[in-house]
Design a protein around this ligand. Structure first.
Ligand code: SF4
Length: 285
């Protein structure tokens, strides 16, 4: 039951211990007096955990919360967000604002014609610029359009993702990682926090055509969200048709998506995709 949104026993025993450690390590950047406190909400496990921490008063309320709409975010993420997170945050007066995809200046291909998705080639994988173009820059344009001059931005990486942490590349925006430093929690602990609070299994947030998906995620998309899966199959064909070598794929097997057996174990990834793979810090959280 999720109608009682701020629960006194939000943290279980184990998480209280982690929270105590977090106090010793408190990272000052989430508490700021002169900078706007913003949060890049990603719709995944860590963002949902952050929402619970905000709703329970364990973290301060951000001034602006932004969910960048890539126009390709999986239906499952939106369903969970609208059903559970919007009312949860609304109960403490926090609104999640949606930054529209038209704030991006490029869509599937960059200005130089390169595919932005981190798709597989015959011998490797594209670096993937979609996260920066569709999320990082869109977030910045959105908060700038709201008059923000300087801000701290929460990103949702957890303690198991510290290798993904990178400082901001612009002076006016400083990053903070509450789940890595302030209330240190791993992805597993975030999930447990969510389940302990009475919420359903959180979705792994990513686009329906994201090549970082692993087989269990593809299988789930195919079984429960067939419309999203159909769009992914179409996208997979589309990028191959446009590729000069006709050899780019959404799936690591380098097979057309509609020919892949997702019940097979994943190939051990060479690209660090187990935890989402996206390096910008704006995706999969
Ligand atoms: S979820 Fe995947 S496809 Fe979507 S923006 Fe992030 S890296 Fe790109």
């Amino acid at each position: 039951m999720v109608s009682t949104l701020v629960q006194p026993d939000l943290f279980g025993e184990q998480t209280k211990t982690v929270q105590a450690k977090g106090k010793r390590k408190r990272h000052t950047s989430i508490h700021t007096t002169h900078k706007t406190l913003t949060w890049s909400y990603g719709g995944g496990t860590q963002s949902i955990a952050l929402a619970l921490l905000v709703a329970s008063g364990k973290l301060p309320k951000p001034d602006i919360v932004v969910f960048c709409d890539t126009s390709e975010e999986a239906s499952e993420t939106w369903d969970y967000h609208n059903t559970y997170i919007v009312p949860l945050l609304a109960s403490v007066g926090v609104t999640v604002e949606i930054a529209p995809h038209n704030l991006a200046t490029v869509n599937l291909y960059g200005h130089n014609g390169d595919l932005l998705l981190p798709a597989y080639t015959e011998t490797g994988k594209f670096p993937g610029y979609c996260s920066s173009e569709w999320k990082k820059y869109v977030f910045r344009r959105y908060v700038r359009s709201k008059g923000v001059k300087e801000c701290v931005t929460w990103l949702g990486m957890s303690t198991d993702e510290v290798e993904r942490i990178k400082p901001s590349d612009v002076q006016w925006q400083q990053y903070a990682w509450p789940l890595a430093f302030d209330v240190p929690m791993s992805r597993i602990e975030c999930r447990q926090l969510i389940l302990n609070a009475g919420y359903p299994e959180p979705p792994k947030s990513c686009c329906w055509d994201c090549p970082h998906r692993r087989n269990p995620q593809w299988l789930r998309l195919k079984r429960y969200y067939p419309q999203d899966f159909s769009k992914a199959v179409k996208r997979d064909k589309e990028i191959r048709e446009r590729d000069p070598l006709h050899a780019v794929y959404l799936h690591e097997s380098r097979k057309p998506l509609d020919e892949v057996d997702f019940t097979q174990p994943d190939i051990p990834s060479l690209f660090g995709d187990e935890n989402g793979g996206c390096q910008s810090g704006y995706c999969m959280v």
